[in-house]
Ligand binder design. Structure first.
Ligand code: ZN
Length: 182
């Protein structure tokens, strides 16, 4: 039986705390939680299931959003119609990025932010992220465009940053820049 996770709202101070690195090996309960996070994100992106379970669509979830102040997040990316790729990364670091920036034209969403937010968020167009997989093995992931935005959004959660912190109040839609909208 599927049971939705309790995701903290933006007003919760735990979203702003420092997060500590994860120590391996993971406990069985932590591994089970990862599976639940991935399932929930996948279900949320499948219209019949998101309706059935009353899930708001989301592609990423970071540990502090569940009140767990540890450095890890998961992303479920629909790379093709109905086809999903799971990403799970512990103790991530963005080790390099493009000079070029992009914004999600429709703005960003967050499962902790239950309101409409005006504005777009400048992000690097490409990032390379290093960290560890669920077994504690080192991994390196290269992401571009929509997936790169998701990685930066989730990485920010681990720094206590929410997406609207990065919206330029004087130019929320980046009309004065040449940043590519995707
Ligand atoms: Zn978020």
């Amino acid at each position: 039986m599927f049971k939705a996770l309790n995701i903290l709202d933006e007003s919760d101070k735990r979203l702003r705390l420092k997060n500590k690195d994860v120590v391996f090996p993971l406990s069985d309960s932590r591994k089970k939680l990862i599976k639940r996070m991935l399932d929930e994100l996948r279900y949320s992106q499948i219209p019949e299931l998101s309706e059935k379970y009353d899930l708001r669509p989301g592609m990423g979830l970071a540990a502090p959003q569940l009140g767990i102040n540890e450095n890890f997040f998961v992303i479920v990316y629909e790379y093709d119609e109905g086809k999903f790729e799971d990403y799970v990364i512990f103790n991530p670091k963005i080790i390099s990025h493009s000079e070029s920036m992009v914004c999600a034209a429709s703005g960003e969403g967050c499962l902790s932010v239950n309101r409409d937010v005006d504005g777009v968020v400048p992000r690097y167009e490409r990032v390379t992220v290093e960290g560890f997989d669920i077994d504690g093995k080192p991994i390196k992931i290269r992401a571009r465009e929509e997936l790169a935005i998701a990685f930066q959004h989730e990485y920010d959660h681990l720094q206590g940053i929410l997406f609207f912190d990065k919206i330029d109040k004087d130019d929320p839609y980046q009309t004065k820049t040449n940043i590519k909208m995707i």
